[in-house]
Design a protein around this ligand. Structure first.
Ligand SMILES: Cc1cn([C@H]2C[C@H](O)[C@@H](COP(=O)(O)OP(=O)(O)O[C@H]3O[C@@H](C)C(=O)[C@@H](O)[C@H]3O)O2)c(=O)[nH]c1=O
Length: 182
């Protein structure tokens, strides 16, 4: 497993070692010892899976303290553009975003630390994603910011009229109008 640093501190791309043979393939999708060696101590306590159709954008989400979450996310089937935004106000990369294509083919994973807004856009007909989190879901502490915040200026590579949002996500505001607990 390769743990690749990114231009945003504490955000890692994980590339599993895939063993292919004539039956198919095998890979370790998570190994706590290797993870803690490269990234740091973690206690993932909930696993999530979601499936979405092309053009669905979920995000940009975060949970507020004391229920902030780190996430280790991968795309099992299909292809997504995954985006994280650094909300840590003391970070040198505050308000910077990072985008990466995750797919069932490339099997890459992204580690999203606490203090980030996170979202993704489905690029393929359908996409199934799976992620581990280190804090339980806390709906009262659920929050987020608008995917199309002009100040953050994420290039989603798609027109707004092709994007499908949840009612909740349609109501999200730009970061400047959002309480940032980080
Ligand atoms: C996230 C979550 C949702 N739910 C429920 C609440 C709701 O009825 C239904 C759908 O919830 P949402 O609309 O919030 O799901 P979704 O928009 O997929 O939310 C997720 O988006 C991605 C981008 C993230 O980063 C995640 O942390 C999470 O915020 O599932 C849980 O029971 N547990 C959970 O951990």
């Amino acid at each position: 497993m390769n743990y690749i640093e990114t231009n945003i501190t504490d955000v890692f791309i994980v590339e599993p070692k895939v063993f292919g043979d004539d039956r198919g393939y095998f890979f370790e999708s998570f190994n706590q010892k290797a993870f803690e060696k490269h990234v740091g101590k973690i206690d993932f306590i909930q696993d999530n899976e979601s499936k979405s159709t092309k053009g669905v954008l979920r995000g940009l989400h975060f949970q507020k303290p004391p229920y902030t979450q780190s996430k280790l996310l991968r795309c099992i089937e299909g292809e997504i553009l995954d985006v994280v935004v650094d909300l840590r106000q003391d970070s040198t990369t505050y308000k910077q975003s990072l985008s990466i294509v995750l797919s069932g083919e490339n099997k890459k994973q992204i580690f999203v630390p606490k203090g980030f807004a996170h979202g993704f856009l489905v690029l393929s007909e359908t996409a199934t994603i799976a992620y581990k989190v280190d804090q339980y879901y806390a709906p009262d502490y659920d929050s987020g910011m608008a995917w199309n915040d002009e100040e953050i200026n994420v290039d989603w590579g798609i027109n707004a009229d092709e994007i499908q949002l949840s009612e909740k996500d349609k109501g999200l505001k730009p970061l400047s109008e959002t309480e940032n607990p980080f």
